[in-house]
Design a protein around this ligand. Structure first.
Ligand SMILES: *[C@@H]1O[C@H](CO)[C@@H](O)[C@H](O)[C@H]1NC(C)=O
Length: 344
């Protein structure tokens, strides 16, 4: 029985790697007034073996710099544009004509995302109509191969522990449920922002630091049904899988980790260069292992680190210290992005 299960899991792993596993992405946040020019940033990504970038808003200078780069691109809409994208198909069409169509021949778009972390909340009901209008606009432009989705925070979960009990909250369910059905029918993933840091910082005396940092030697484990979790990252991703499995067929919607990171300073509990370096390098190796999570062993984890730079116009405190690089492009700490590659 064990042998048969193990062979089944290996078969799934082989399938997922042959269908093209992405490497490691980085969020290109720009809430700062001192960042290098986009062409320098994209060159830095390529030089450092970062394979994908996520943009929080469409910026034609950045999209131009991405031409011919080979980087995979997740392109987000501003939350402020959701109302018009949801209500006005011609606005969605012009958005695609301005930001996707002129670049599509030379930029490898992975997903277009309608909004970031707006569920639950006042804008939540706009997300699915905006996704539908963006999808129609992409199809109308001959770009139907670019999947449309949204990025959510773990605030959509009403229950997340243990992971098998993962479920959407009553507040989030009316919007995230239909979105999950939309994604399932198109085999598109839900993007999820995963921050063990904030769980740790909220309760450092009861959350083991090694468990939050994905340390390989973490003594802390969570046993859930037949499976064991040795890190919080996997536990959060699987709580989301469990929640999705309650509203769509189990396994019908993949999770892509659209943000994860750890602050290198700013005064929060556990915010240090050493912890940030450990966390991000562990995430990169976690992605590079090609392993899935205990609930989805065949689905290699894809992740985007938050963020490329320390951003000086973010709120004071840890929020300004999530960067991999300083604005002068020096490292805040070293990350070996080649560890995410298939040859690692
Ligand atoms: C990393 O990137 C450099 C520069 O683009 C390239 O020469 C090298 O082969 C890459 N390494 C791996 C392991 O992909």
């Amino acid at each position: 029985m064990m042998g048969a299960l193990w062979i089944a899991a290996c078969g799934l792993l082989l399938l997922s790697s042959s269908s093209g596993v992405e490497g490691i992405g980085v969020n290109y946040g720009m809430i700062a007034n001192n960042l290098p020019s986009p062409d320098k940033v994209i060159a830095l990504c390529r030089a450092r073996n970062i394979t994908d970038v996520r943009l929080f808003h469409p910026d034609t200078a950045v999209l131009a710099a991405l031409r011919g780069s080979g980087l995979g691109v997740v392109l987000g809409t501003l939350n402020e544009d959701l109302a018009r994208l949801a209500s006005d198909a011609s606005f969605a069409a012009s958005w695609v004509q301005s930001y996707v169509q002129p670049f599509a021949g030379a930029v490898r778009f992975l997903y277009v995302t309608a909004g970031n972390e707006v569920i639950p909340g006042d804008l939540a009901a706009l997300v699915l109509p905006a996704m539908r209008n963006l999808e129609s606009a992409l199809r109308g432009a001959g770009l139907g191969g670019v999947a449309v989705t949204t990025a959510v925070s773990t605030a959509v979960l009403g229950s997340s522990y243990p992971p098998s009990q993962g479920a959407f909250s009553e507040e989030a369910l009316p919007t995230v449920g239909p979105i999950a059905s939309f994604l399932a029918s198109r085999s598109a993933p839900l993007l999820v922002n995963v921050y063990p840091y904030f769980a740790y910082a909220a309760d450092p005396s009861s959350v083991p630091l090694d468990y939050a940092l994905l340390q390989p030697a973490s003594a802390a484990t969570v046993t859930d049904g037949g499976v064991e979790y040795t890190n919080m990252f996997d536990a959060i991703v699987d709580a989301m899988h469990a929640a999705l499995g309650r509203v769509a067929a189990s396994g019908a919607v993949d999770v892509v980790v659209s943000e994860t990171g750890w602050p290198s300073g700013g005064g929060g509990a556990g915010a240090s260069v050493g912890n940030a370096a450990a966390y991000v390098n562990n995430v990169v190796r976690r992605v590079g292992s090609g392993r899935g999570t205990p609930r989805r062993p065949g689905k290699a984890v894809e992740a985007f680190v938050f963020a490329m730079f320390n951003e000086n116009q973010k709120p004071e405190g840890v929020e300004r210290h999530f960067g991999l690089f300083e604005p002068d492009m020096t490292e805040v700490y070293h990350v070996d992005f080649t560890a995410a590659g298939p040859s690692a």
